[in-house]
Design a protein around this ligand. Sequence first.
Ligand code: HEC
Length: 132
Amino acid sequence: MNKHIQIWRAAGPMACMLSAAMLMLPLSALAEAPLSFAKSVQPILDANCLQCHKPGGIGYERSGLDMRSYAGIMKGTKYGKVILPGESYNSVLVQLIEHRANPTISMPFHKQSLTPAEIATITRWIDEGAKP
Ligand code: HEC
């Protein structure tokens, strides 16, 4: 047997295991990666909330909720937090976008609701710990 073939034989099982691992890694990474605020949530809030929830906007002026940054959103309003990491159902922000609170303060205020997919993204992000 020539040397080349011997090396190939030895590498065979190892190569098999490696390619199996390489196939499985990206799949499990996809299933388990928590949503990121910057990538998944901020674009939704920027498009639907930010205009009112920054200094000079009516939402910021009335409630104190500043949506310009992750830190501002986690800080909440002058009354308290609007996001409870791990508890989307009890988070005020979700209660408002799901119209579960006082209908006069549903968010976005006097505008079209977020889509079910957008709401699902936000609730999943909160339930995964509301990471930056
Ligand atoms: C057209 C302006 C406007 C837009 C757009 C808007 N808001 Fe507001 N938001 C307000 C106003 C006004 C208040 C204060 C309501 C009050 O207490 O009378 C408020 C208050 C809030 C509060 C605090 C409620 C409380 O008192 O505890 C949350 C949370 C909130 N908004 C979330 C959002 C989210 C999330 C979006 C986007 C999906 C959004 N808002 C879009 C105007 C807006």
